[in-house]
Design a protein around this ligand. Structure first.
Ligand SMILES: Nc1ncnc2c1ncn2[C@@H]1O[C@H](COP(=O)(O)OP(=O)(O)OP(=O)(O)O)[C@@H](O)[C@H]1O
Ligand SMILES: [Mg+2]
Length: 283
């Protein structure tokens, strides 16, 4: 139940986006994928659900070679994957309830009205949206609300894999926190295998077991938060610098103590799991 890209290369005409990329997510693991805008993070994510095929290299998901799958097999695989599109990708002609219901891939459950009502309500609650949002249309929502509806749809079918493309961008800090908590809980309590594409370094350190940095068409660094912070690679340091400064300032403000970068302690998800028992139940 892992995800693996082996030496994946992809170019659009003369734009080489991925150049021999190796990327691995173990079963039950959350890996954050960071990198500058336009570097190819969304393109990498789309390879995992077979929306984009590599020019060369292999994409393995659930023990299957994704680019080789036929239509039916691909549909079956996708029913096990929740995908949070960067732009929400909601259907404008459907209300929020129907948009979220589309995430219920099991046909029997999809046809069960009571199940759908309960599940959609549950998913709205999990992304911190009021129940009456279900009757609204995407055009009536704010960008942040649309984003959360997209997340609700991605989790509605209780997927085994979750691919999040910028799940917290455009959200206020409180709702970004709700979504980060949700990502953590889905992993801790259900053991979902996830990739989180994000610009939010602080959020990445919070939710991810490991972090990968995509730069100049290659995975430039991969490791735990501690390993990434300790990296001597100037490209990694430069990328993290600005966001880490913000994180340090926030950390200081929250703890009320003065602290330099060295005093910033990150608790990785694995460490947190050891420290605490099981949390609130995720349905
Ligand atoms: N279908 C496509 N056809 C042609 N070029 C594409 C296509 N999809 C992506 N690209 C190009 O691939 C590059 C990487 O795009 P991608 O959307 O993956 O960036 P990103 O890292 O997700 O950026 P952002 O952080 O802004 O979302 C860009 O140069 C983009 O123009
Ligand atoms: Mg993108």
């Amino acid at each position: 139940m892992s995800i693996e890209l082996k030496k994946v290369s992809k170019r659009f005409v003369d734009n080489v986006v991925l150049d021999g990329v190796d990327f691995y997510v173990a079963e039950g693991e959350t890996v954050a994928l960071l990198g500058p805008s336009g570097v190819g993070k969304s393109v990498l994510l789309k390879h995992i659900i077979g929306l984009i095929k590599p020019d060369s290299g292999e994409v393995w998901v659930d023990g299957q070679l994704v680019p080789m799958l036929g239509r039916k097999e691909l549909a079956a695989l996708r029913s096990r994957i929740g995908y949070v599109f960067q732009n929400g990708a909601l259907f404008d002609s459907m209300d929020v309830f129907e948009n979220i219901r589309l995430g219920i891939s099991d046909e029997r459950l999809y046809a069960d009205k009571d199940h759908c009502t309960d599940r959609v309500r549950e998913c709205l609650r999990l992304v911190n949206l009021a129940e009456d949002v279900g009757t609204k249309y995407p055009s009536e929502l704010s960008g942040g609300m649309r984003k959360r509806v997209g997340i609700a749809r991605a989790i509605a079918g209780k997927p085994v894999y979750l691919l999040y493309d910028e799940p917290t961008s455009g959200l206020d800090p409180v709702n970004a926190d709700v979504i980060d908590s949700l990502i953590e809980r889905l992993q801790q309590e259900i053991g979902v295998t996830s990739v989180v594409v994000t610009h939010d370094v602080r959020g990445a350190f919070r939710v991810a077991d490991r972090i990968a940095l995509l730069a100049q068409a290659k995975i430039r660094a991969v490791g735990t938060a501690e390993e990434i912070i300790a990296s001597q690679d100037p490209v990694v340091q430069q990328f993290l610098e600005r966001d880490l400064e913000t994180a340090v300032l926030q950390s200081v403000a929250e703890s009320g103590t003065s602290a330099g970068p060295g005093a910033l302690s990150f608790q990785t998800p694995a460490a947190r799991r050891r420290a605490s028992g099981s949390g609130e139940e995720v349905p």
